[in-house]
Design a protein around this ligand. Structure first.
Ligand code: AKG
Ligand code: FE2
Length: 243
């Protein structure tokens, strides 16, 4: 508890330990405890929010960030190749300093899992998000049904965010997802959001637009901020990028 107080965020901070900035009236709160940290680029790290205990935390997170950074390079290239695009095209849109932000979620036991969600339905405003989970609980909405994401040991989940949906002109979908709460098992997840540099304009790749596949998204800038305003109200933002 002492450690949590030291790194507590205020309601206007994004970084630190605690819930999201206070949601708008009428929005439900989530059954989770969380720590949010900017981890890349390195010069944007604010160590005052990094817990000193457990002792190895800082080194482990620095190492994890390095590895996730490599994974974003490999994944972005693989996704480009899978669409017959030049392999660096998404990396160029993200930019050299495309930020990585880590969210550590702890979902403690909940006596009324029938009444409370661990995390309310939302889509991510990132390019994409890389998730580690230690237990089942994450669900993705597909054809109006909630599907539970399997928990494969040693596997990371790559979840598309709204900005990848924009860059692929709607080919890769950013799914609405939520987390259930649980009365028997607690759950930990680490979500790393990979987002294009804030000042950059992103948009559908030219190679994905043609007469048969008209452009469905415009170029946008600062999408993550716009997304957050809508998220606070329990809404999606993707329509603002539609042609
Ligand atoms: O806990 C999870 O598995 C997902 C977390 C998530 O969706 C988020 O932090 O945006
Ligand atoms: Fe999410």
């Amino acid at each position: 508890m002492e450690e949590k107080k030291k790194i507590a965020k205020t309601v206007v901070d994004f970084e630190g330990y605690g819930a999201d900035p206070v949601p708008e009236e009428g929005q439900s709160l989530d059954w989770s405890d969380r720590l949010f940290l900017d981890v890349y680029p390195e010069d944007l790290r604010k160590f005052k929010f990094w817990p000193e205990n457990p002792k190895p935390f800082r080194n482990v997170l620095e190492e994890y960030t390095e590895k996730i950074k490599k994974i974003t390079e490999l994944t972005s290239k693989a996704m480009a190749r899978s669409l017959n695009l030049e392999e660096n095209c998404f990396l160029n849109q993200f930019g050299e300093r495309g930020p990585l932000q880590a969210r550590f979620n702890y979902y403690s036991l909940c006596q009324r899992p029938d009444r409370v969600l661990g995390l309310k339905p939302h889509a991510d405003g990132s390019g994409y998000t890389i998730i580690y989970q230690d237990e089942l609980g994450l669900q993705v909405l597909k054809d109006d049904k909630w599907l539970t994401v399997p928990n494969l040991s040693q596997a990371l989940l790559v979840l598309m965010g709204d900005q990848m949906e924009i860059m692929t002109n709607g080919i890769f979908k950013s799914p609405v997802h939520r987390v259930l709460s649980n009365a028997e098992k607690d759950r930990i997840s680490v979500a790393v959001f990979y987002t294009p540099e804030g000042g950059r304009e992103i948009g559908p790749e030219d190679g994905l637009v043609s007469e048969e596949k008209p452009q469905i998204f415009k170029k946008v800038k600062g999408y993550a901020d716009i997304h957050f305003e809508y998220y606070q109200r329990g809404m999606r933002a993707l329509h603002i990028a539609q042609v």
